[in-house]
Design a protein around this ligand. Sequence first.
Ligand code: AP5
Ligand code: MG
Length: 213
Amino acid sequence: MNIILLGPPGAGKGTQARRLVEARGMTQLSTGDMLREARTSGTEMGQRVAEVMDRGELVTDDIVIGLIEEKLEADPDGSFIFDGFPRTLAQADALGDLLDRHGTPLHCVIEMQVDDAALVARITARSTCASCGEVYNDLTRPIPDDGKCVVCGGTEFIRRADDNEESLKTRLLAYYKQTSPLIGYYYAKGALKSVDGLGEIDAVAAAIEEALG
Ligand code: AP5
Ligand code: MG
């Protein structure tokens, strides 16, 4: 089964993808995580990617499509959660071609609906475990009092360079201009399921399970 989690920055895509990995043994493919890994490579490409990400703009289609293609080639029978990909119509077409080539259909696209005010509050309070990527939030899911990650016991937590109000404005604009047309695109293909992403994390997870059928 392949599914896409579609939603604005801070909608909870990463949080819910990790739930699905645990519940269904699927593989999370987050282009954001892959790009954050690439930027630490010290290459010139990594440096260019870092600048674009920190401004909150989208990285070029060919780079992210290439990253996804590599993952699909490496695990042709995998069951994938696409988290933050596709983000443009060109990426959506490319993903359709890749899945056709591998003979694995797209089960559905889960659109996570969260209003903009909640997104700003969520993102400016986010931190992530440096070892395993578990996502925390100062307000709604704080790091435990003993300072240890609930998943891996790690003690280092990071805040993303693009999690500030200025970059967030650009990220939101990129979402509305370049990514939100995908809602109509997948609706027209009969693949779209929309869930309320504003509830508690467990309630959103339950809504996603129901949408997956
Ligand atoms: P990416 O890493 O994908 O960032 P994003 O889309 O901006 O989304 P986020 O990761 O910020 O949010 P999320 O939806 O995963 O929310 P989370 O679960 O963390 O992309 C970063 C950058 O990389 C882009 O700007 C671009 O430059 C580049 N990029 C990536 N993919 C690309 C592509 N395909 N094409 C081109 N460029 C690309 O949750 C957020 C917070 O809210 C957390 O603190 C969490 O604990 C909390 N939270 C989650 N759910 C709830 C809930 N139900 N209630 C309360 N709090 C909650
Ligand atoms: Mg994410």
